[in-house]
Write a protein that binds this ligand. Structure first.
Ligand SMILES: N[C@@H](CCC(=O)N[C@@H](CS)C(=O)NCC(=O)O)C(=O)O
Length: 214
């Protein structure tokens, strides 16, 4: 396992995004955890800027995050994280065995297809004033609990989803587990709680996830 060097790697990376977006947070915490240097352009939400021709040329979906590296504009936060891990930390954030790498990364896709929508709805209810009727809330909580239990049962002891160091799924799900702990502290199961604690001692996670604005 290689240690990340102290000084950020010299790159010409530029990121567009806003600090209260979980999709942007996963990219920023990955960049800083891997000590990859970048410039941040605040965009989206109250910062606006997604409707310009210049931004549309970067991302035709007009959404953040966008990351430009060597004149190529990447969008889709999970794709960006996968790229950063492979390009800037192949020995630290990726497994040599593609099968092990796929077994880790399935949690990223699983989150997007199964759990993400419930978490977005719950976060809206608890933190953004989009209050749900009681029965709807209970349904989302029950399904989210059921789904998080799958990761609880699969996460290896005393480590990250990525193994001994954070990997793609730790970066991609890091904001989500913090949200789950924030809204549902008493119900967070032991392995998930331990995983969150291991993430939370990392300065980049503290900065971009724990201390993130609402
Ligand atoms: N699947 C995309 C979703 C991107 C997305 O929905 N971005 C939201 C922020 S989380 C956005 O740009 N909303 C418009 C805005 O911020 O103004 C990804 O993972 O990057």
């Amino acid at each position: 396992m290689k240690q990340a060097s102290e000084a950020p790697a010299l790159t010409s990376i530029r990121v567009w995004g806003r600090l209260n977006s979980a999709n942007v947070q996963k990219v920023l915490w990955c960049l800083d955890d891997l000590r990859v240097g970048y410039d941040l352009v605040l965009a989206g939400g109250t910062h606006h800027g997604l409707g310009t021709n210049e931004f549309r040329a970067l991302n035709p979906n007009q959404l953040v995050p966008v990351l430009v590296d060597r004149d190529v504009a990447l969008w889709e936060s999970n794709t960006i994280v996968r790229y950063l891990c492979k390009q800037y930390a192949p020995d630290m954030a990726c497994r040599a065995d593609p099968l092990q790498q796929a077994a880790e990364e399935r949690w990223t896709d699983w989150y997007g297809t199964e759990l993400g929508s419930h978490m977005t709805t719950l976060w809206g209810h608890f933190k953004r004033g989009k209050v749900l009727p009681h029965e709807t809330l209970e349904l989302h909580l029950a399904r989210a609990t059921q789904l998080w239990a799958m990761l609880e049962n699969a996460i290896p002891a005393a480590s990250f989803i990525g193994g001994r160091a954070p990997g793609v799924s730790d970066y991609c799900l890091g904001a989500a587990i913090h949200r789950w702990v924030s809204i549902n502290n008493s119900a967070v199961s032991p392995n998930l709680f331990r995983w969150h604690s291991a993430l939370a001692v990392r300065p980049a996670y503290q900065q971009h996830i724990v201390a993130a604005p609402l």
